[in-house]
Design a protein around this ligand. Sequence first.
Ligand SMILES: [Mg+2]
Length: 301
Amino acid sequence: MTADSPSPGRLDRALTSLCGLAVGDALGSQFFVPANYPLLKRRELPAGSWRWTDDTEMACSVVAVLAAHQRIDQDALARSFAEHHDFDRGYGPAVNRLLRLVREGSDWRELAAALFNGQGSWGNGAAMRIAPLGAWYADDPEQATHQAEISAYPTHQHREAVVGAMAVAAAAALAAGPGGPPSAEALLDGVIALVPKSAVGAGLRRARDMLDYGDAGTVAAVLGCGRRTSAHDTVPFALWSAARSLGDYETAFWTTAQVGGDVDTTCAIVGGVLAAGKAGTPPTEWVERTEILPEWVRAPV
Ligand SMILES: [Mg+2]
């Protein structure tokens, strides 16, 4: 197989993970509506259909670029983010502005580097969109972390945001590995070994130490659950929750959603990692009630 030839196995895995991500995002976002809080406590599904948010829209660009280039091409990724940017999908203000300027012809390199007084964004946006890339690289978790690192830069250049993306990609790659889903301990040990020293890494070590806690609320109070929307406040808890329920999408979803915080994003990460492994796909009814993915995810970019 040459670098440019299609790789249906990889693309199928990425699309399966993307579906799990979209369901987590769309259903998770329903619980920002206070009227739905009682449903969450009873683990009941909200009525109607569920619209996905920025997490899924950006993840579609990640998959489309992989399908077209067989790796992450940063310029193609930035272009796809900008072209498909829908203001009404719940993006943060900094990314809204950045993608508008890229669409108008500005250079993403300068814009992303200048965010937050030149520190770059440490938001969870690079991590929320990346699980399908991990599924794509299920045969090579190290390459998954490398490509995830590259994929972060068009929008998120702070070290924590980059490492957050690397960690989620590593988790999805390991969950999708040829031997079937690993144990919770093996998953987090594997991720920790693949990411550089950072606050995200420190949070993952704490998450590893808390795998025997039964109460997600306590774990979220220690690790954070995205209330500050930073990578280090989001990724350790999401991967704790994913590791605890590999192979059981419903349990993973409710456990993640019940603690609150940045629910669409924590559930998108968990859903993408779970569905990367064959045994962790979402229930059919949940998929059917989730807004359909856009056609362009399979089109050349
Ligand atoms: Mg969102």
